[in-house]
Design a protein around this ligand. Sequence first.
Ligand SMILES: Nc1ncnc2c1ncn2[C@@H]1O[C@H](COP(=O)(O)OP(=O)(O)OP(=O)(O)O)[C@@H](O)[C@H]1O
Length: 287
Amino acid sequence: MKTDAEPVLTVEDLTVVYETEQPVTAVKNADLTLHKGEILGLAGESGCGKTTLAYAVNRLHRPPARIASGRITFHGDQGDIDILALEDAELRAFRWERLSMVFQGAMNALNPVLTVRAQLRDTLLAHRPRMSRKEIRERSEDVLTRVGVDPRRLGSYPHELSGGMRQRVMIAMAMLLEPQIMIMDEPTTALDVVVQRDILREIVRLRDELDFAVVFITHDLPLLLEISDRIAVMLEGEIVELATADRLYREASHPYTRRLLGSFPSLSGERGAFIRTGIDETLEERA
Ligand SMILES: Nc1ncnc2c1ncn2[C@@H]1O[C@H](COP(=O)(O)OP(=O)(O)OP(=O)(O)O)[C@@H](O)[C@H]1O
C-alpha cells in the first residue's frame, strides 16, 4: 500500500442490530476507511462484532440482523457505489467482481461434488458468460498458480485436497474476477501453523503484486501485527482503536488494546517473529 493510497471503501456510522427477543447491537456507529492496496486487520475477541461488520459491508447480513443506520460506499474507477442501495442483480455482480470474501473452513464453501475446475469455471461463466473455453482454462490455471496450487489439481475434488490447499483454492476463487477488495474472515484459523504462515505470506505477496485491498479478520492479534498495514480493534460492537500496526504495537491508546496485547505471551519480545522475516522492511515502509 502506498502511503498516499486513495480510499476504496468507506463505512460511515454503521449500526447493525440482531432483532432477537433481546435485540443485540452487534456493530455500533462504526466508521472505517479502507485504502487501495491496504491490508486492514480487524481484531477483537469472539463476539465483538467483526463478522457482523464484514458481512454487512458485503450485504450478507440476514434477518434477524438489520442495518439500523449507516452508509457504505465503494469508491471504484467508475465512480462511487452506494452498497446499501444496490439492487439484487447489481449486488450479485458487485460481490465477486469488486469485493469478494474468503471464509474459514473451505470445505463448507466449496461444492463437494464438483472439481476445482468446474467450480472456477462456473464462477467465471456466471459473470463472464461469453468467455471462451481457452480463456477459462488460462484464467483458472493462472489463479491456481498464483496461490501456489499446481494447476494439475484442477481435476481434483475438494476432499482430495489438504485443508491448506482447499483454503488456497478459496483464495483463488475470490481472486478470479480481480476484485479490488477481499474480505477474509479467519481464513487460516483451522490450519496448522506452518501452513497458516505460508498462506499468509502468499496473501501479502499477492497484494503486493495485484494491489487489492484486504480486510483480514481474526482474534489473533500477533498475526495481524505481522501482516497488516493498519489494525482496527473492536470491543462490544465498537471500533475502539484504529492505527498502523507499528503504532498499535508501540503505543496503543485504548486500555482494551493494551490488555489484548498483554494477553499474548509471544508479544513480550520483538514484534513479529515469523512472517516479518523477508517482508518486514516493506511493511515498515508502508505503515
Ligand atoms: N444470528 C444472530 N442472532 C443474534 N445475535 C447474533 C447472531 N449472530 C451474532 N450475534 C451476536 O452479535 C454479536 C457479534 O457477533 P459476531 O459473530 O459478529 O462477532 P465476532 O467478533 O465475529 O465473533 P467470532 O470471532 O466468534 O466470529 C455477538 O454478541 C453475537 O452473539
